[in-house]
Design a protein around this ligand. Structure first.
Ligand code: WT7
Length: 631
């Protein structure tokens, strides 16, 4: 199949496309691409002219082929005694009711809708309802701060925001509606006002009476949505019409709105899901990610549902009430396919094997990992302890931009090597290049690029096609540049080595160093900041911030806390620095560029490996930094 997919991508992918429902078939050309900036604008199209709808393919099609009674979602609440489920028919009805409401509220094809919801069933319902009416959803992870949410709202100018009043995660109640209120007033001050804020009353966390309310703008989901009909006409869209926007971090401060379109993304998520997890109709699949990230888009909502799979949606924290919760859920729903991130594996590994072995886990069949390179010891623990040495591990390398898996094992297809994502998926042609952009052959290491497009690749950065070209296609002309380092061993296996740009990967969450820096310098007592990633036992990478204070401001524990709080408030708790290192000055070149290479060495205490410091404008800052290491 791989050989076929490379030799005849049009034939290969149209064969797969014909397994889906198309209102009208695509034009003569299956795909057209220009990814070479030297030959003009970057443009990628797959199945242009084909008319379809991804919600129809996820729901109606499954009901029509007799799967209406099959469970689509098992929902597990934060507390294990609160749960629920929906069959495919029931899910379709709920999606139609919301779609009808949204249409009535004036939302049309091509309008954006921001969704700020935790892992309730209403989150995939809201995504699917938008897709059904051709609206573009932009899900913002409900751990982002009001400021980050406002920034995204101001960028995509949605017609409506969908949220809930509160959520319980572990022992804590989080008041999401307050965050939305703050974000909406901030965006209104900047001229973007939102007319509709549909709010789900999440009674397991908080009753509606305790929620602050803006008459006229805010509407309780439960008061309006259930009144609408349970069927809703589908808005048929072109394969190249936008499906969603998802903001992700880059190496500058402003988040990038990654735009995915409908047709190619549909085939790609469905096919990667099917093969990388060896999906069978009897499987019960659980992915521990949140729908606020790409993993939840492609591998909680779309990929699995396009296959008619039964999906577990979990509201809570995976270590609440204790480190055995995941295996409790696996046994409760007889989960067969379990997909998670190395950071969670490492934290469960530290908690001890007895939390795992206490549960049977005999339903498990295939395990998956995503988000960052999985270190071989975590891989072995996952394989031996969690999977009782019988479940293959799919270590899936991909990105928000790629839409779906790019380098991944196919379970049982070939021997595994702990820590390697193994080989490219169908249609994917990796290239490892050197700094000059020359493709390396055989055993080598360098920058990971991709040749040619594939159906699931993103088509642009929302409102900024130039940044799209500059970031991804200009560094190595003729290729898509991933931003990752990679090596290939003598057997042809790929080994991802982490980001080579100014992006840090904290617990599988991508954070731009520039974003954290701009949050820090917004603090009145901070004059300059430089952020680097350091190795972290559980999170993979931790955030290490060098901070220069305004003249005359003394260092204090209180100030350290207040700087961290500023980052939490501006970005979200997951971006809080692990370490603040007071810096009387930062190492800069004569042209004023901060030398992060040196800061990375200082942060990881590799002081004898600082390298060439002769290009620094003021080499004495290094000594000052080293003596202040422990502050
Ligand atoms: C970056 C993409 C794709 C969903 C989760 C994160 C890193 C992701 C792996 C893996 C090594 C990985 C890369 C990539 N990454 N999966 N299996 N092995 N590294 O999505 O936020 O778009 O981040 O995550 O560095 O570039 P994202």
């Amino acid at each position: 199949m791989y050989k076929w997919s490379i030799e005849d991508p049009a034939g290969f992918w149209s064969g797969i496309a014909s397994q889906f429902y198309w209102k009208e078939k695509w034009g003569k050309q299956v795909f057209s691409e220009n990814i070479d900036v030297t030959k003009g604008d970057v443009k990628i199209e797959w199945f242009k002219g084909g008319i379809t709808n991804i919600c129809y393919n996820c729901l109606d099609r499954n009901v029509e082929i007799g799967n209406g009674g099959k469970i689509a979602i098992y929902w597990e609440g934060n507390e294990s005694n609160i749960d629920g489920s929906l069959t495919y028919s029931e899910l379709l009805q709920k999606v139609c009711q919301l779609a009808n409401y949204l249409k009535d509220a004036g939302i049309k094809k091509g309008d954006a809708v921001v969704i700020y919801l935790p892992m309730l069933m209403e989150l995939p319902i809201a995504m699917l309802a938008c897709a059904r009416i051709g609206a573009i959803h932009s899900v913002v992870f409900a751990g982002f701060s009001a400021e980050s949410l406002a920034q995204r709202i101001m960028d995509c100018k949605p017609k409506a925001v969908i949220t809930c009043n509160a959520v319980k995660r572990g022992p804590k109640v989080l008041h999401l509606k307050d965050i939305v209120d703050a974000a909406l007033s901030q965006s209104a001050e900047n001229g973007i006002s939102i007319d509709v804020c549909l709010t789900y009353e999440n009674q397991s966390a908080m009753m509606r009476g305790d929620t602050k309310w803006h008459q006229g703008r805010d509407i309780w989901w439960q008061d309006v949505v259930p009144k609408y009909p349970m069927t809703c006409e589908v808005e048929w869209v072109d394969a190249e019409d936008p499906l969603f926007l998802l903001y992700t971090s880059g190496s500058t401060g402003k988040p990038k709105g990654v735009l995915h379109t409908t047709g190619g993304y549909m085939l790609y998520t469905a096919t990667t899901f099917k093969y990388a997890f060896d999906y069978k109709p009897s499987d019960v699949y659980w992915c521990t990610a949140d729908c606020g990230w790409i993993t939840g888009h492609s591998y909680i909502t779309y990929g699995p549902m396009l296959n008619g799979a039964t999906v577990v949606v979990f509201e809570g924290a995976p270590t609440y009430p204790d480190a055995g919760r995941c295996w409790d859920i696996v046994d409760k729903y007889k989960v067969t396919l379990f997909y998670t991130a190395p950071t969670l594996i490492r934290s469960l590994m530290r908690a001890g094997d007895e939390y795992v072995t206490r549960y049977s886990r005999k339903s498990l069949r295939v395990l998956g990992s995503v988000g960052e390179p999985i270190n071989p010891s975590a891989w072995r623990w996952f394989f031996n302890v969690v999977g009782d040495s019988r479940c293959p591990i799919s270590d899936t390398w991909w990105q928000t931009e790629t839409g779906g898996f790019m380098i991944t094992p196919l379970p049982g297809g070939w021997p595994q090597k702990p820590g390697s994502a193994t080989f490219p998926f169908f249609g994917v042609q990796p290239a490892i290049v050197d700094e000059k952009g020359v493709e390396l052959q055989g055993e080598c290491s360098g920058y990971l690029c991709l040749k040619h497009s594939w159906p699931g690749v993103f088509r642009t950065l929302y409102g900024d096609h130039e940044r799209y070209e500059t970031t991804y296609f200009k560094p190595f002309p003729g290729y898509y540049f991933s931003g990752d380092g990679c090596s290939r061993d003598k057997d042809g296996y790929y080994w991802l080595t982490g980001r080579v740009d100014d992006v840090i990967n904290v617990s599988g969450h991508r954070i731009g160093t520039a974003e954290v820096e701009s949050a820090l310098v917004s603090h009145p007592q901070c004059s300059e900041a430089a952020v680097v990633g350091v190795e972290h036992e559980v999170k993979g990478q931790g955030i290490y911030a060098f901070v220069t204070l305004a003249d005359g401001v003394p260092y204090s524990e209180e100030l350290r806390k207040s700087l961290i709080l500023t980052v939490r408030k501006q970005i979200g708790a997951f971006a809080a620095p692990d370490k603040i290192h007071w810096a009387p000055g930062l190492p800069k070149t004569r042209s004023g560029k901060i030398m992060r290479r040196i800061l990375r060495k200082i942060a990881s205490k590799q002081l004898d490996e600082l390298g060439d410091i002769s290009t620094l404008a003021d080499p004495s800052v290094i000594d000052q930094l080293i003596t202040l290491t422990d502050c």
